[in-house]
Ligand binder design. Sequence first.
Ligand code: GAR
Length: 217
Amino acid sequence: MKRRVAILISGRGSNMTALIEAARAADFPASIALVVSNVANAAGLTAAREAGIATAVVDHKGFGKDREAFERALQEALDAHGIEIVCLAGFMRLLTPWFVRQWEGRMLNIHPALLPAFKGLDTHARALAAGVRIHGATVHFVIPEMDSGPIIMQGAVAVGDDDTEQSLAARVLAVEHAIYPAALRLVASGAVVLRDGRCSGPGHKAEPPPPLIMPVL
Ligand code: GAR
């Protein structure tokens, strides 16, 4: 049985689209049953509808400062669609410990940096300013602390002398689109599980590839 997944978005939804496309494969262990946005005019909602996915809007502005009321509405939408796994994909709301606990080990996030480096916003500009030679993206299980939690998968890119925020963002985004579906596959199939606060399972046992070294030797 395919696991029923909801994707939570706030904007463009390119990671959402990568997940929707991957989930079309007959052997993919999850189906995208719902896309929820906290922003009524998010571009990703249009793309989800065009892809034939059920959508819902839970606008945080309607709940004022009451975060838990917003999250109870979110939870109702997820329950109404029998959701088993939640993927945050550019969902720009902080979630309370109450909500995160409901989804422990079943809620994933993607972040455009090699965590635990560069949590928060403007990750590519900050990576360039720090002069890192290797940057990338991370898929992790969500815990109450922002952009933290057990790491499921990471992908890295070399940073060149000529890179700009835009060029780096484009290369990292391509990595995001590759690793998010792959990470969801691992979790939905049970190949990776959360145990004692870390990811474990056969998904981590393949031979590692050669190291990425920058500048090139
Ligand atoms: C992505 O780069 C994602 O990693 C980032 O927002 C972007 C959403 O793009 N998420 C975070 O920064 C979370 N801390 P998308 O809407 O095209 O997927």
